[in-house]
Design a protein around this ligand. Structure first.
Ligand code: BLA
Length: 495
């Protein structure tokens, strides 16, 4: 689906979310030079004795061996003097600094730590799922059980970056978003880039007041402190408003990263503020990784299966061409031509001749399209929204929305085309995506309602899969071979 972008949301993409100069108030942060000897900044919520105790312990040299960019390492649970507070302490390096985060610690779970049940119970269950939606459902349910959030959803991004909810598990009293779409602009580009690097974030209370960083080193500004990997990083005010508008006071999300790309997210919501401790967080991150691996392997398997089936079609097509001449006009009589890529119509064009089968536009329109495809200079052309890519299609009511085409010859206009009809889709958005507003102060406010909002999407067909496009290229090679052989035979006869 194409979500309308209105008003201009470019400001969302420009917000420097890695360097907000503040943290969320449920924890504390210390920033030191890489040798861990000199503090350079701290969150503005330390008591003097706690700060002194923390620095003394860090100076004893615990964390000086970390590599920049690596994931945070745990320094264990620390208590400070008389105060009965206990903190889960972790450290990581940025290019310039050592960051030490202090998060509220919960009693440890020992052998009952949530992470163990994932491998013992959940992974075998995942392995038994028969589809990606099945995997997503298991993950939503397990994530809800692990985290205790009121609603957990698994959603997947399409090529345009819009998310669709594949599965959810909710407590009573939570709206359902199953099947809903969320427009790409809900999560701007720089946030997606960050979520590929850092797979976990939580926002404990959408009403929180950020705690600013206080700088000890006068040569630094708060924005010089890179919080990309910090769990406590303060998040965008626009996003906090979004959460509040949705009635979500706490959120947590885990990236689903496949082959270096953000495939989707597991997103959890609660109507009340909520914070989960380190051992549950690690389990949630692990769940995200297990899910990503299983999705990746399902996708790989189904691509192989699809390719094999398509290849069988191409073999059938080629086998039927034994008696064909160099025009390949016989193709239009081969029933498998239509089965290839589940087309609803197909055509062979050579110079002024058109042979077609199934649902096709008038010959003249086919010839014009073939001409245009031949002129593109590509071996395989495909579109599932032809009117977007080929302007003349807009004026032709009979034009199909989907076209896959291969160009056989540079000398002749010689093109094979497959067509797919328009499918009018009804997309259910979580709230009208056009309802973001630009305030007088230049700030963008997310939409206020997330109630189902339906839109008809016209002009698109079912998309051509990567396997269909790839195998069309293989078929093209085979057809070129046949055409060349016919040309040679013809040359011999002529001698
Ligand atoms: C971030 N937006 C996010 C995040 C999610 C969403 C999941 C990641 C942070 C988190 O884990 O909460 C959006 N939340 C969703 C979606 C669902 C959900 C799609 O629960 C689906 C169920 N957002 C806007 C507008 C702007 C905007 C108009 O709607 C711009 C002004 C910005 N969203 C925005 C920014 C971030 C964000 C800047 C990054 C927050 C950060 O990590 O600092």
């Amino acid at each position: 689906p194409r979500a309308p972008v209105d008003p201009d949301l470019s400001a969302c993409h420009a917000e420097p979310i890695r360097v907000p100069g503040a943290i969320q108030p449920h924890g504390r942060l210390l920033v030191l030079d890489p040798s861990a000897r000199h503090p350079v900044a701290r969150s503005d919520n330390w008591t003097a004795p706690a700060l002194e105790a923390a620095l003394a312990r860090l100076h004893s040299g615990t964390a000086a061996t970390l590599a920049p960019g690596a994931a945070p390492v745990s320094l264990g649970v620390w208590g400070f003097g008389q105060v009965q507070e206990r903190w889960d302490v972790s450290a990581h390096r940025t290019e310039r600094h050592l960051l030490v985060e202090f998060e509220p610690a919960f009693p440890t779970d020992g052998n009952d730590a949530p992470i163990y049940s994932l491998t013992r119970v959940f992974l075998p269950r995942l392995q038994g799922a028969d589809s990606i939606n099945g995997l997503a459902q298991l993950a939503a349910t397990e994530m809800k059980r692990l985290s205790g959030f009121g609603r957990c959803l698994v959603y997947r991004f399409d090529e345009a970056g819009h998310g669709q909810v594949l599965a959810e598990d909710t407590d009573p009293g939570y709206d359902s978003y199953a099947g809903h779409h969320f427009p790409a602009d809900d999560i701007p580009q720089q946030a997606r880039a960050l979520y590929v690097l850092n797979h976990f974030r939580q926002i404990a209370d959408a009403h929180y007041s950020p705690v600013p960083l206080r700088i000890d080193d006068r040569s630094l500004a708060p924005a010089d402190i890179d919080l990309s990997q910090a769990q406590l990083r303060s998040v965008s005010p626009a996003h906090l408003e979004y959460m509040r508008n949705m009635g979500t006071l706490a959120s947590m999300s885990v990236s689903i990263v496949i082959e270096g790309r953000l495939w989707g997210l597991i997103s959890c919501h609660d109507h009340a503020p909520r914070f989960i401790g380190v051992s549950t967080r690690l389990a949630c991150e692990h769940l995200g990784q297990l899910l990503a691996l299983q999705i990746q392997s399902k996708q790989a398997t189904s691509q192989v299966t699809e390719r094999l089936a398509l290849r069988q079609h191409t073999l059938d097509i080629v086998a039927h061409l034994a008696d064909s001449d160099g025009t390949l006009s016989l193709l239009a009589e081969v029933p498998t031509l239509l089965h290839f890529a589940q087309a609803s119509g197909a055509a062979v064009v050579r110079d002024e001749d058109v042979w077609s089968v199934g649902d096709v536009p008038p010959d003249g329109a086919i010839k014009d399209l073939a001409n245009w495809v031949a002129g593109l200079g590509v071996e395989v052309f495909h579109s599932h929204q032809l009117a977007q890519d080929y302007a003349p299609a807009r004026a032709l009511p009979d034009m199909p929305a989907g076209v896959l085409a291969v160009s056989i010859s540079q000398v002749h206009r010689h093109v094979i085309l497959w067509f797919r009809p328009e499918i009018v889709k009804t997309v259910t958005w979580a709230g009208n995506p056009r309802k973001n507003t630009l305030a007088a102060d230049g700030r963008i406010h997310p939409r206020r309602s997330f109630e189902s909002w339906q839109e008809s999407i016209r002009g698109t067909s079912a998309p051509w899969s990567a396997a269909e496009v790839a195998v069309a290229g293989e078929l093209r090679q085979a057809l070129i071979g046949i055409v060349l052989r016919r040309a040679e035979e013809f040359a011999e006869v002529a001698h």
